[in-house]
Design a protein around this ligand. Structure first.
Ligand code: ADP
Length: 572
């Protein structure tokens, strides 16, 4: 308050003094000169200020121009038609052209032909929709070198009120080529992985054929008179061959899943029969180990389902097999529940619970990875390929379900396999395949043609069939098969190997169906024999005119069952 009063006081005194001075000026002329002087000083001061601000503006302008010219970005001003109205130094440099030659040139001369429409659309968005547009486009310099740019454009109005497109082009050629290199490298890796999967599939297929010979011959020899020692050795050969085959099958399945070559079947099956078969399979092993294997089912009356029974069995065999392998005392439970879902299906929840060694927490995240075993690679106490769970989870996923687990070291493990299935009303008798019955005497006199080039497999099949009383004729390739069929009219059924030298089984089948071995045998039942146990292949063989399909190494019962089924069909 005090200082405000003071200021007012000072001001009052100053005004009075100025007034006194002005009054004391001698003449009006002096007064006028004084006024002019003041005015002159005032103008000069204003001029100085103007000059300073002009200098500021010029300085800013120079800075802006330096920025515009030297920025590592190409700045372009485009007309509505895409003509270059102005370009900065870097822009000209990017196009390897001189600035003066660029003005009024249509920019499309620097664009690959197929990019022209994109560039015009880009301009259209800016001019017509007044959008800020940003997109990546290829362009070329004057010498034809291809570059990639990020075009960032916006509308700008010049002093005359005309619309122009202001575009910043950032050279992203290096990034693009890096991206393309990465994509190429990724494609190469995917192709290499696919080639690996094909190689694995081919190799395991090649291995399955001789395995068929080893297992078949071992089985046949086991049926002959042997002393105890020989029987023991042969059992060992047979057992090892079966384990080897299991590993090969895992590798084959794994490579097929990787190559996305697995398709699922949708056929009716009986769950109780499937579960019973799994239980029977492991019964001798659990008895041997002194542990128990229980099966508890709560299926609300459902038993027949539509799905891929073989693949479901494969997952269960893997889970129960692991439980048996890793449990030394206590019990294994297979708990099965069926929950009806809203979409009218039944969600099967199959739990395989053991009181075994469990899986340490640190290793739990790895067990679904391929080739991984929780106990590590060294000093392995348990055999296995480490693929079982990877395959099982992929199969569960393929079936629209899931596979999960809970476990802890020394606390046992619980694996949960959940799949949605359509229940069907067929009775178990209807849904299961007819069991093997070879008690019809007429079967034993049947004449079978075996077309197969592998001598050991021929020996296996021939011995197998002859032991059951069949008459067997062998052919080493398609030509010989046609020849045999056209000369021996007692042949009732053909087992046809698919890959044979000279003429393969598929070609031979087509020729038989076309009547080239005589019209009497045009419709003779033909069963394909192949080491390709691929689902898609099965459909192909059937489409090629074969009636059924047996995958090698085959199981003796399956061979008789299939021959019998086709002959029965013939009779009806
Ligand atoms: P493998 O064919 O070698 O058994 P899997 O993929 O089936 O391969 O299993 C991978 C690993 O997971 C096994 O080697 C084992 O360490 C662990 N594992 C799987 N099931 C069990 C279980 N029931 N109890 C303890 N460990 C298990």
């Amino acid at each position: 308050m005090l200082s405000e009063n003071n200021n007012a006081e000072i001001r009052k005194r100053a005004e009075a003094k100025a007034k006194r001075q002005a009054e004391s000026m001698a003449t009006p002329t002096e007064k006028l000169i004084y006024e002019l002087n003041v005015h002159q000083i005032e103008l000069e001061m204003q001029n100085d200020e103007l000059r300073a601000s002009q200098q500021e503006v010029q300085k800013a302008r120079r800075q802006y121009e330096a920025l515009f010219e030297n920025a590592p970005i190409g700045y372009f001003l485009f007309s509505r038609q895409g003509g270059i109205l102005d370009v900065n130094h870097h822009g000209a440099l990017m196009l390897k052209a001189e600035r003066k030659h660029l003005t009024h040139k249509p920019f499309v001369v620097f664009l690959p032909r197929d990019t022209h429409p994109r560039f015009f659309r880009h301009l259209q968005s800016v001019f017509e929709r007044e959008e800020v547009v940003s997109e990546e486009m290829p362009f070329s310099d004057r010498s034809g070198g291809l570059l990639w740019g990020r075009f960032e454009s916006r509308l700008q109005r010049n002093a005359a009120g005309e619309d122009q497109c202001f575009t910043a082009i950032i050279d992203i050629t290096d990034r693009k080529s890096m991206e393309q290199d990465l994509i190429a490298a990724k494609e190469q890796a995917v192709a290499a992985n696919r080639a690996k999967s094909h190689f694995l599939a081919n190799m395991s297929h090649e291995i399955r054929t001789p395995m068929n010979g080893i297992i078949g011959m071992a089985e046949l020899t086991l049926d002959t008179e042997l002393n105890k020692e020989q029987q023991g050795y042969l059992d060992a050969i047979h057992g090892s061959a079966e384990s080897l085959l299991a590993i090969i099958n895992d590798i084959l399945d794994f490579s097929r899943i990787e190559a996305e070559k697995i398709t699922l079947e949708h056929r009716p099956f009986s769950l109780s029969i499937l579960l019973g078969a799994v239980q029977d399979l492991f019964r001798p092993m659990v008895d041997n180990k002194g542990i128990s294997l229980e099966l508890n089912q709560e299926l609300n009356g459902h038993d027949a389902f539509i799905g891929d029974a073989n693949r479901i069995r494969q997952v269960l065999v893997n889970l129960v097999g692991n439980a048996v392998k890793f449990t030394h005392e206590g019990r294994i439970q297979i708990n099965v529940k069926g929950l009806e879902t809203e979409d009218g299906r039944v969600e099967l929840r199959i739990e395989v619970k053991d009181t075994g060694i469990g899986i340490p927490e640190a290793q739990q995240h790895e067990i679904f990875q391929s080739f991984t075993q929780a106990e590590g690679n060294y000093g392995r106490a348990f055999p296995g390929s480490g693929l079982g769970l990877t395959i099982s989870r992929s199969l569960a996923d393929l079936m629209g379900g899931s596979l999960s687990f809970e476990s802890g070291e020394d606390q046992g493990s619980t694996f949960r396999f959940v799949i949605p299935l359509k229940a069907t009303t067929l009775t178990p008798e209807e849904v299961t395949k007819p069991a093997l019955h070879n008690n019809q005497p007429h079967v034993h006199t049947t004449h079978v043609l075996v077309a197969e080039d592998n001598a050991i497999n021929v020996l296996v099949i021939r011995t197998l069939l002859e032991k059951k009383g069949y008459t067997v004729t062998c052919a080493g390739n398609g030509h010989e098969a046609l020849e045999a069929l056209s000369t021996q009219d007692s042949i009732r059924i053909v087992l046809m190997d698919v890959s044979m030298p000279g003429m393969d089984g598929v070609t031979a089948t087509r020729k038989i169906r076309a009547g080239e071995a005589g019209s009497a045998v045009k419709d003779i039942p033909i069963i394909a024999l192949t080491a390709h146990s691929i689902k898609g292949a099965r459909e192909e063989f059937l489409a090629d005119g074969m009636d059924d399909y047996i995958s090698k190494p085959f199981n003796q019962d399956e061979v008789f069952e299939k021959i019998q089924a086709l002959l029965n069909k013939e009779l009806t």
